[in-house]
Write a protein that binds this ligand. Structure first.
Ligand SMILES: Cc1ncc(COP(=O)(O)O)c(C=O)c1O
Length: 444
């Protein structure tokens, strides 16, 4: 049987398991484009609608119980509806959900983050990771007086204009000679493409040449030290250290987007990989399940936002640091002791090894990437070092595994990546491994 037929059989089974979601989707399409508010929440032929979450599980609109390794794109690190978070939110809701004045809760969460994260002298809260990266870039521009930014091919940093370049460029648009700025959407201003420099991940020689050529105009290099869209691939250490050295020499602000990678250690990937950026953007887990983002870094950079000193950069936001998000974030961060993170990371290591063994058993060409409690599966023989290896992998196998797992009650990200949470034990790891074995057996 071909891959296409195997995939179709899984999709047919998914449709038969989710009649209510299919009806809900049809209704949603009348009011929302494609029935959806969010690119990553959509998958074909239609996504399952969610009724509620319980710990490691979600219950969908058809009553299917789903073991969740998507956990809202890695953000629900204590699982769904954690009782401590529910209690904190109930208590805060009764006192008021948002005020124009500051609350003590934002100071407590800021203290936790700045004490844990090496690069972060002070921090500002936003309502999304998108705003976190946007404001990091703005601060870098204001500080250096330069206007260009550099990012990596395949890197995602949210949905604002300057990072909407070469995020998911299709294979046929890639210049074989190396990365070029490719717009994500029609109608992007040509000036954006002139001001964004796109680099290949893990290629220090290339990056050094281009950074040197553009040093007089380059405000910052924004990057993930662990690339989410490459299945949580950590940067090679010499590459990361090399970029740190070059950006320091050339007065280019190094921004780490740790919206997803913060979870691998108390101080994030910068602690694990031993390289400290000038600024860091955050999101996801720091809000304890509520909408959140943040950015922080060196005091001299962050002082550009200081309202007691004229605020070179005015930064408003109606719901910035609202106490609902702050109290939920504080509960989550307090649960994440080094011991808890180490335990999750060890389970992640075990999962990656067991998944590799399954693919070896069936002689399926696959790579399992990841670090700490994050993992990614790629159906390719190529070692994953950059975007091009990722995009050349077999997307039909990926979709078949994603759908096959869902048919057996396990949710990964559509890119067959995922994250553990504090409730994950050996038993959930083995459930994922055993189910992967069954699905691979029938779709390979
Ligand atoms: C690495 C990274 N940066 C930035 C963002 C944007 O965060 P948000 O979706 O909260 O705007 C995301 C979201 O998935 C992300 O994964």
């Amino acid at each position: 049987m071909t891959n296409q037929e195997n995939l179709q059989r899984e999709v047919d089974q998914y449709v038969s398991r989710t009649p209510r979601s299919r009806d809900l989707q049809a209704n949603a399409e009348k009011y929302l484009p494609g029935g959806s508010s969010r690119g990553t929440a959509f998958f074909g032929p239609y996504p399952h609608f969610i009724e509620r979450g319980e710990g490691h599980y979600m219950i969908d609109a058809d009553g299917n119980k789903i073991l969740d390794f998507m956990i809202n794109a890695t953000s629900l690190i204590l699982g769904h509806a954690h009782p401590d978070i529910v209690a904190a939110l109930q208590e805060q809701a009764a006192k008021g959900t948002a005020f124009t004045g500051p609350t003590e809760a934002q100071v407590r969460l800021a203290k936790i983050l700045t004490e844990r994260i090496p690069s972060m002298d002070t921090v500002r809260f936003t309502n999304s990771g998108t705003e976190g990266t946007l404001m990091s870039i703005r601060a870098a521009r204001a500080f250096t007086g330069k206007h260009k930014i550099a990012k990596f091919e395949g890197g995602y940093h949210g949905s604002h204009e300057y990072v909407a370049v070469s995020v998911h460029p299709p294979l046929e648009k890639l210049d074989p000679a190396g990365p070029t700025p490719i717009p994500e959407h029609p109608g992007m201003p040509p000036s954006v493409l002139e001001d964004v420099i796109v680099l290949p991940y893990n290629d220090l020689e290339w990056c050094e040449r281009v950074l040197r050529e553009n040093k007089d105009d380059l405000a910052c290099l924004i990057m993930e030290p662990v690339v989410s869209s490459f299945g949580y691939l950590p940067a090679q250490k010499e590459f990361l250290q090399g970029l740190r050295d070059i950006t320091t020499e050339l007065d280019i602000i190094l921004i780490f987007d740790e919206v997803q990678s913060l979870r691998i250690a108390s101080g994030g990937a910068q602690e694990t990989l031993g390289v400290t950026p000038d600024m860091t953007s955050l999101g996801k887990i720091i809000g304890g399940g509520m909408a959140v983002g943040a950015f922080g870094g060196r005091q001299d950079l962050m002082d550009l936002l200081n309202p007691t000193d004229g605020a070179t950069i005015a930064h408003a936001g109606t719901f910035n640091a609202n106490p609902m998000t702050m109290v939920a974030g504080e509960v989550a961060m307090n649960h994440l002791t080094p011991e808890v993170l180490d335990r999750m990371n060890a389970l992640g290591e075990e999962l990656r090894a067991k998944l590799r063994a399954v693919f070896d058993e069936f002689e399926v060409a696959a790579q399992v990437t990841g670090i700490g409690s994050l993992f990614g599966i790629h159906f390719t023989e190529e070692e994953i070092v950059d975007y091009r290896n990722v995009i050349r992998a077999d997307s039909q196998m990926r979709q078949a595994l994603f759908t096959g797992l869902l048919n057996e009650g396990i949710l990964l990200q559509t890119g067959t990546a995922g994250a553990l949470n504090t409730l994950t034990t050996e038993s959930e790891i083995d459930a994922l491994v055993d189910t992967t074995r069954r699905v691979v057996q029938r779709v390979r």
